[in-house]
Write a protein that binds this ligand. Structure first.
Ligand code: IPE
Ligand code: IPE
Ligand code: MG
Length: 249
């Protein structure tokens, strides 16, 4: 066996997470779905902490999809309330840890209170130099691409651009998160193996990790599992969770 050295340069730079399975986690315990969403919020905190310790540049967490409005009104309202209270509670901690918080998605459809909280949180943490934490809320991969297309079309209409100027690089620069490294690891919990209209363009070359763990059970150790899997795939050698954990110290 060659002597395997794992260094932080082997780690993913941008991790995207589809946090799924809150409802089933609650159901297994005979509890209402809200119970699962509350537990899921704790898993968000643990995952952000673990990713920051690993020195990941950006983490993007899918909190609410553009399709999730189709859920019962009561559940949607509850998710909004949870989002507001988590933002209020967590933003100071994120700021203290030098993390930058951004909310990605069509926030204009949220209520005024939530929009204000989002703007305040983004402004407070905008100058931080640590990991970027993107919360994808009312986000859809198709929405992202459509918005980019609209913006490019306006520039062409104004005469600022020619259709022949439209390259992949130019298109990418109009998408959300264009200033961040490409997503190299996607994690989806709960055993579902689909993208559910999360980032489409940005996932073009991501390694995709699907785990049966329900989101509320996800934590630092489960993140280490995913990252070890990623490093092993990328480098084509087997590395251990211990080697990854050692990088957290
Ligand atoms: C993910 O858990 C959280 C959100 C989509 C907001 P779900 O609510 O989708 O839980 P399941 O998939 O029904 O178990
Ligand atoms: C995807 O989960 C969206 C989020 C995690 C926010 P869903 O549970 O909404 O996805 P589907 O409906 O199973 O595809
Ligand atoms: Mg689900």
């Amino acid at each position: 066996m060659p002597d395997i050295q794992v260094s932080s340069s082997h780690l993913p730079k941008h991790i995207a997470v589809i946090m799924d399975g809150n409802g089933r986690w609650a159901k297994e315990r005979g509890k209402p779905r809200v119970f699962g969403h509350r537990a899921g919020a704790k898993a968000v905190r643990k995952t952000i902490k673990g990713a920051a310790k690993l020195g990941v540049k950006a983490i993007t967490m899918f909190a609410f999809s553009s399709e999730n409005w189709r859920r019962p009104e009561e559940e949607v309202n509850l998710l909004m309330d949870l989002f507001i209270s988590a933002l209020t509670r967590e933003v100071k901690k994120l700021h203290k840890n030098n993390l930058q918080l951004r909310v990605i998605g069509n926030v204009s459809q949220f209520n005024a209170n939530l929009q204000t909280k989002i703007a305040e949180a983004e402004t407070l943490t905008a100058g931080n130099t640590g990991m970027v934490v993107n919360i994808a809320a009312n986000y859809g991969g198709k929405w992202d691409i459509t918005e980019a297309a609209k913006s490019i079309a306006s520039k062409v209409q104004e005469g600022a651009l020619q259709p022949s100027d439209i390259t992949e690089e130019l298109f990418a620069s109009e998408l959300t998160m264009s200033d961040l490294p490409a997503v190299d690891l996607l994690i989806r919990t709960s055993g579902e193996c689909r993208i559910s209209n999360f980032m489409l363009w940005q996932l073009a070359y991501a390694e995709m990790y699907f785990t049966d763990v329900f989101w509320p059970d996800f934590d630092e150790d489960r993140l280490v599992d995913a990252v070890s899997w990623f490093v092993s795939r990328e480098r084509r050698f087997g590395c251990t969770g211990e080697q990854i954990k050692a990088l957290m110290e």
